[in-house]
Design a protein around this ligand. Sequence first.
Ligand code: PEP
Length: 250
Amino acid sequence: AEKKRYLVGGNWKSNGSVTFVRDMINNVLNKMKFEESKLEVVIAPMIIHVPSAKAMLHSHLHVCAQNIAAEGKKAQTGEVKAEQVQDFGLKWAIVGHSERRQHYLESNELVAEKVKRCQECHLTAIVCIGERLEEREAGQTHDVLKQQLDAVKASVKDWSRIVIAYEPVWAIGTGKTASPEIAQEAHEFIRKWIQGSVSDAVANATRIIYGGSVSDANAESLITQKDIDGFLVGGASLTEKFGTIVETVN
Ligand code: PEP
């Protein structure tokens, strides 16, 4: 099979300041060297930092929304619609991050609505899925992943605008990375789900990226796994380690 383009995303979450954004972009991000034919890099700043990040980042670095509203029509104070993300010139959005599922009670159905909005506005959705620790310990990992994937399936017409991020909740922000074997096993399960539920061609073409305490120290052992096509990076994306991760993937 043809080698896919890798994808590395930096999710800044609710971190950062005007000064951080400027310094991180000038000192780290705009200095990274990678081959665009091999690797795509996207950065997801907090929404108020998006305009300056977009203006400052070199054009081969793409800005990504961290979230979008599920509802496209009614007035919703505090929400950002997919249309507005598109109108501003962004092509990417993270959907269903585990922090949103956990703390803002986003259900599989709501995540599916958001995926639909992304498709309607031609945004590439980085759809986050992953099991919680108690689900893994109870042997439910595959069931959870299947439910999360089944829920979004009907929202997707164009799979070229979908990236799946496997982010085991127990590995996010905890410093406990999934071992390469555990991550690979889950990625293979996800790829098989795509194969069975969509098609072989889509399964081969869809990027499945890993997230959960990715750092400069573990990027190499993860990216060499067969079904890992890149990373979604939280904590390390706020530091110069992100540059090392990008160069490792490249
Ligand atoms: C994330 O926010 O998607 C993430 C994986 O965070 P961290 O790298 O800090 O675990």
